[in-house]
Design a binder for this molecule. Structure first.
Ligand code: GLN
Length: 304
């Protein structure tokens, strides 16, 4: 398959629509000033072949895409014990919703909504890990140094009233072991990590190759069954209350972030990342979703 031609064609198709629909995340200045006139797409196959088009090398705020890698780290360290504190069911609610936490006694529905990622951050801290370890993991996975934006981390902390509420609520149920401030500090810093589409397509590579490291032969990031399970969680929970729509229209495990990135996995074939900052009502990139739909239709690649 000529992936380069397909990606170029997708860029040509979506470009005329740039800026026409959706809203760039505006809850912090550093995201509000990102131009919506940007679109990038990159993929890397299991064999290491790459194709990329548009603004694929521009770093953007990965935001909730970081939840994929914090979950991966927690699975590495804790295995199934992780699931004592976090569920595995889609929430059907916005990513920052509080409503289900009370009925579930402070146990988040899944690791990809904010409450779940905050619970994962707590588990990582108890294991002695912080944002430094997360940056190390990401840098190794994409074979290039990955950094975070301190301004974004600071703004996240200053404006993250709902995240403070979620963390305090979980703490009140005894579901966070570490101080709320420390847990949120890790969560806000992980949201502030910056990567390009190309780096993200590379970094997620272990998810299309049964957990094997994309750049280190013989190294398992997670086991094959863990990789399969992360993919299952991405499909059912990775795009929040739009997960059903993503499965219907695209049919691939995906993880999105309010920076406008979406990473998708075609098991045993490739990983793909799209980025365009304007979001739909669920907080997923509008043109990113459209591009993934075009990709699935043109390549016939879908898990169904
Ligand atoms: N920083 C954002 C938040 O915590 C991340 C949300 C997202 O990317 N969906 O609300």
């Amino acid at each position: 398959m000529n992936f380069q031609a397909i990606l170029d064609d997708i860029v040509a198709t979506v470009k005329p629509q740039l800026g026409a629909q959706g809203q760039v995340a505006s809850y912090i200045p550093a995201l509000a000033r990102v131009s919506p006139q940007q679109f990038g797409i990159a993929l890397r196959t299991c064999d290491g072949l790459e194709a990329a088009s548009g603004d694929f090398a521009t770093p953007f705020s990965i935001q909730s895409m970081s939840k994929l890698f914090s979950l991966t780290m927690a699975m590495q360290h804790l295995g199934d014990a992780l699931w004592q504190r976090i569920g595995r069911e889609p929430s059907g609610n916005p990513f920052n919703s509080l409503v289900q936490l009370e009925n579930e006694h402070g146990k988040p529905r899944n690791p990809f909504i904010n409450a779940g990622a905050i619970a994962v951050a707590d588990r990582l801290l108890s294991h002695g890990d912080g944002v430094g370890q997360l940056l190390e993991l990401l840098s190794a996975l994409c074979n290039e140094p990955v950094h975070l934006d301190p301004e974004v981390a600071q703004s996240e902390a200053e404006t993250g009233f709902r995240n403070h509420a979620l963390a305090n609520f979980m703490k009140s149920f005894g579901k966070l072991d570490n101080p709320v401030a420390a847990v949120l500090d890790l969560y806000f810093h992980q949201c502030a990590i910056r990567m390009s589409c190309q780096q993200m397509a590379r970094a997620a590579g272990y998810l299309c190759r049964d957990g094997r490291h994309p750049y280190r032969p013989g190294v398992a990031v997670v086991s094959a069954s863990q990789a399969r399970r992360v993919n299952a969680l991405m499909l059912t929970c990775g795009t929040y209350d739009a997960a059903g729509e993503f499965a219907y229209r695209i049919g691939l495990p995906c993880k999105s972030g309010v920076g406008g990135g979406i990473v998708a996995v075609v098991p045993d074939q490739l990983t793909l990342c799209v980025w365009s900052p304007a979001l739909d009502a669920s907080g997923n990139s509008l043109l990113g979703m459209q591009a993934l739909e075009l990709f699935a239709a043109r390549t016939g690649l879908s898990i169904f």
